[in-house]
Design a protein around this ligand. Structure first.
Ligand SMILES: C[S@@+](CC[C@H](N)C(=O)[O-])C[C@H]1O[C@@H](n2cnc3c(N)ncnc32)[C@H](O)[C@@H]1O
Length: 389
């Protein structure tokens, strides 16, 4: 993926970077124990692409990753069969999708285009998925109607062995959520009418995301593992506000942790990409050249990181009796707070330096650079932590 292909739509570059990075981690993990993996792009496009070869679309990105992971897994002795389904309603876009898929070489991943409206095709989609195989659903519409509301997604959410990445159009919902004629639609999204009149924009976004994710999770079947969720903000390239959020749903604690590990890295990519976009805009406005930002060091985002809050949270979780903190515990903490893994790591190290906590399993914590609590140690059971008396 080349950032130059995304000038003027840097938010799509971030979305695609997230999709590509997460899919690669996911497929390489899932492929170790699944024989078949399916991928469904429910709103495929192509849409606003900058290249004729469609390499800057989720269609090509997902296919390239599936192929790469299939080869990577095969080197590990795992023969995994990947297949993909791409749904698109627009006639002209569908024709481009169809010919793009048809023009690929013979030994590529098995991929099928499907023409029509997503919500009308839900039964066909589920039939194509079958009941058993792991399926990743990418739900990336341009709006919310008959797309991201819970009644629309319910049949998919009730399917086991599935994960979801859903584009949540915050910008639209911010504007429309209190219009009385849209009350029914808002209830379908949030489960209730939200009163956000006293909230700051930041609080409103957090509240929307909490309610939407709770409502998504309430749609699952009562049997089997529960859905867990996390989300990523996709920021406006030039303004200090979110354009949309990517909501992630899984039934695996490891999924949440891996998604957050990817987000930790994406933060830096997003900062760099926005800094470049803002620099380009300044140069266009003033006509003055600036030095490239490529070599600029990007510092940790102190602004959004409330160290004392995270430290207090750790202290509330720990006791004088040692307790293991592994993938499951980190997934729960992430779900509860929406903080980054690095937030937890930094706060734990500060508490350690202040003599307030101890990682019993870390022989020499001073030597560690970032992983002050290794949640993947001991086969994901993690390390034993305690609060000092
Ligand atoms: C945001 S774009 C998808 C972009 C693509 N996922 C990517 O990242 O490259 C949404 C696409 O969904 C299509 N679309 C809109 N409503 C739809 C519907 N009800 N069913 C299926 N496709 C739809 C649009 O024509 C458009 O191509």
């Amino acid at each position: 993926m080349n950032p130059e292909d995304y000038i003027g739509r840097e938010q799509t570059f971030i979305k695609h970077t997230l999709l590509r990075a997460y899919l690669e981690r996911l497929f390489m993990i899932i492929g170790r124990y699944e024989e078949k993996i399916s991928y469904v792009d429910c709103f495929a496009g192509p849409w606003q692409e900058g290249r004729n070869d469609l390499q800057d679309t989720s269609i090509a990105i997902s296919l390239n990753i599936m192929k790469k992971c299939q080869e990577g897994l095969s080197q590990l002795g795992k023969n995994v069969q990947f297949r993909a389904l791409y749904i698109e309603k627009d006639k002209e876009s569908f024709e481009r999708l169809k010919s793009f898929l048809a023009d690929r070489k013979e030994n590529e991943v098995d991929a099928k285009p499907l023409h029509g409206e997503f919500h009308e095709l839900r039964d066909d989609i589920l039939k194509w998925c079958g009941a058993k195989d792991f399926t990743f659903f990418f739900v990336d519409p341009t709006g919310w109607r008959e797309a991201v509301e819970i009644p629309t997604l319910r049949p998919l959410l009730q399917r086991h062995n599935s994960e979801f990445l859903i584009t949540f159009m915050l910008d639209f919902l911010r504007r429309f959520h209190c219009q009385s004629e849209l009350e029914e639609q808002m209830k379908e999204i949030f489960g209730e009418i939200l009163d956000t009149s006293e909230m700051t924009p930041e609080q409103r976004e957090t509240h929307f995301l909490r309610k939407y994710r709770e409502h998504l999770k309430s749609a699952q079947l009562k049997t089997g593992e529960s859905l867990l969720s996390a989300y990523s903000k996709i920021l406006h390239p030039l303004k200090k506000r979110t354009m949309y959020d990517m909501v992630y749903l899984t039934r695996k604690p490891l999924g949440i942790v891996v998604f957050m590990e990817v987000l930790g890295k994406l933060e830096y990519v997003q900062k760099d990409s926005r800094a470049q976009a803002q620099q380009t805009q300044r140069v266009e406005r003033t006509g003055q050249r600036e030095f490239s930002l490529k070599s600029t060091n990007i510092e940790y985002d102190e602004e959004n990181f409330k160290l004392s809050e995270v430290k207090d949270y750790w202290l509330s979780k720990l006791s004088c009796e040692p307790k293991q903190f592994g993938v499951k515990e980190f997934a729960d903490m992430i779900e509860e707070t929406d903080w980054f893994i690095s937030d937890f790591q930094i706060a734990f190290k500060k508490l350690h330096d202040e003599g307030k906590v101890e990682n019993i399993d870390a022989k020499n914590i001073e030597r560690r650079k970032t992983l002050f609590v290794n949640y993947k140690a001991n086969y994901n059971q993690g390390e034993s932590l305690k609060k000092m008396k």
